[in-house]
Design a binder for this molecule. Sequence first.
Ligand code: GLA
Length: 413
Amino acid sequence: MLQTRRDRVRLPAVTEMASIEQASGSSPARTAADLAARFRERYSAVPRLFRAPGRVNLIGEHTDYNDGFVMPSAIDFYIWVAASPRPDRKLVVHSENFEGTVEIDLDQPNPSARGLWSDYMQGVATVLERSGYRLRGANLLVCGEVPVGAGLSSSAAIEVATAMALLEIAGARMPRAELAQLCRRAENEFVGAHVGIMDPFVSCCGRAGKALMLDCRSLAYTLLPIPDGVSLVICNTMVKHTLASGEYNVRRQECEEGVRLLKGALPHIQALRDVLPGQLDAHRTLLPPAIYKRCRHVIGENARVVAAAGALEKGDLPSFGKYMAESHISLRDDYEVSCAELDAMVELAGQMKSVYGARMTGGGFGGCTVNLVNSAEVTQFQERVADSYRKATGLSPEIFVSGAAEGASEVTL
Ligand code: GLA
């Protein structure tokens, strides 16, 4: 079983990473001004400021690496990177959330991951240089609002914000879809996590108030309005099972095996995206039972994303919620990436009248659920779900309310 190097990265507890803006009630302008002041104190220079958001996925789980469809939104939790150029070819990086300052030499031949938080940043710098961009050295200060280890994609956020900062400092730019692909490469090739395109893509291209339905093969996307009066509520189960990254790679391999076996009858297929539900059933005997279940999840999930997009376009939240519920069941029973705590959180939310839909979100084995909740009843939802989850599991959940947020950008003071 492949283990990603992400396992070796030392991460602080989620509670240490609670949203700075939300906890303090401060605005992005305030956060930016404070970060710039701290940067000036540390490096005696005026920085440029960049930020990239985490994400929550409304529907379309484990479909991105099968060339399928996903529908995430960027969330109001950002990783900020403040940057100013240096005369040499060094990146001096200080993080306010992790220990210490790290130096990265852009001229080091064949750099490799060190098992540090800075690997995400070094990965981006390395892939940019390998792609022909000549970077400038820079002083960097990183500050994070995205809870780490909660499945809200803090890694894509740090990669996107860093890539944007390093490019701008070097006087270069890149189209957003390309930037997302570059960040994915950094995570695949340098950090060693074999993730799909969803997280960096929505961090780059997310829009306020919108869900982003992405075709992960063509990278064509549609922005769908999230109706007024409904809130995205994210419930953190506070558990992260250690098998998550290893099992992620196992699922990927099972999907590849499914494609290989199905090709015997369907030679034209390149990915599970190309298989229709009827075709899967017709050729079921080609597949061992576990592989059949994995394929059934992916193929069914793709169809659900398309149907859910239709429902959202019409503002039909009850139907959207039904697809979310089906998605969770399929992830639990067929893809087998849920866990008792996620199931409990979804079940408790489902008992509340104010909830249109609830499901696990992200890779699974812990992390968060996403809930579409009637905005007028969000506070009651938070209190009741927190209370009953505590009683059911003995764990105190963190429950965030987030708007669908704007993708990465430079922030000017
Ligand atoms: C993780 C990965 C994504 C995606 C999800 C599952 O978040 O980073 O690329 O595969 O799992 O949908």
